[in-house]
Design a protein around this ligand. Sequence first.
Ligand code: GTS
Length: 218
Amino acid sequence: MTIHDWFDGPYPARVRIAIAEKQLESRVRFASVNLWTGEHKTPAFLAKNYSGTLPVLELNDGSLIAECTAITEYLDNLDGPPTLTGTTPFEKGTIHMMSRRAELELLDAISVYFHHATPGLGPKVELYQNPEWGMRQRDRAMRAMDYFDTLLKTRPYIAGTAFSMADITVIGAFIFAAIVKLEVPAQHVALHAWHARMQARPSVQAWNRMVEETWAAR
Ligand code: GTS
């Protein structure tokens, strides 16, 4: 399997963390697509993913799966535990709901803020920007931080009692928040405590290490 991605991207991080959680590293190779030069918008890449976004999973027979949640579901169904997308119908539904909520309200909102209200990937890639829309999404993300903080006062993980894809989505949001220097307010104690626990996971530590080492080697 090949993952087409960019090493320190927050969305690619979601899939890389899922791969590490599932211990599938030996079955995957990574092919770099340079976001900063707009390689993800070239005809060759758009033929792999109509949306022109990373990451994309390419199977050995050439089949393609885009979208982090879809890729994570595929990987999760390859092998045994840990389960990232749930086992029972209720778990599956709840994890899907919470991951989608984390995307819509938090991660995607931060991404829109980045692309519309900051220089984003630069003028060659950001062909249309709407700063007002970007700032609204920034506010939306800040409201979502409050929501997830309240939620985590009552449960250890985003979707309930077990680590799941929904946690990985919020981890991706923290990664993007750090890139755009959007601070998670200190008063969100439960959210910060959850994040500290996530940072201790070997999958997240491996991602942090990989990013540091890649930057150091550049
Ligand atoms: N819904 C998609 C998914 O879940 O895979 C969103 C993917 C996405 O936005 N990926 C970013 C991207 O391609 C990668 S990164 O920002 O995390 O590095 N952005 C480039 C662009 O031009 O939107």
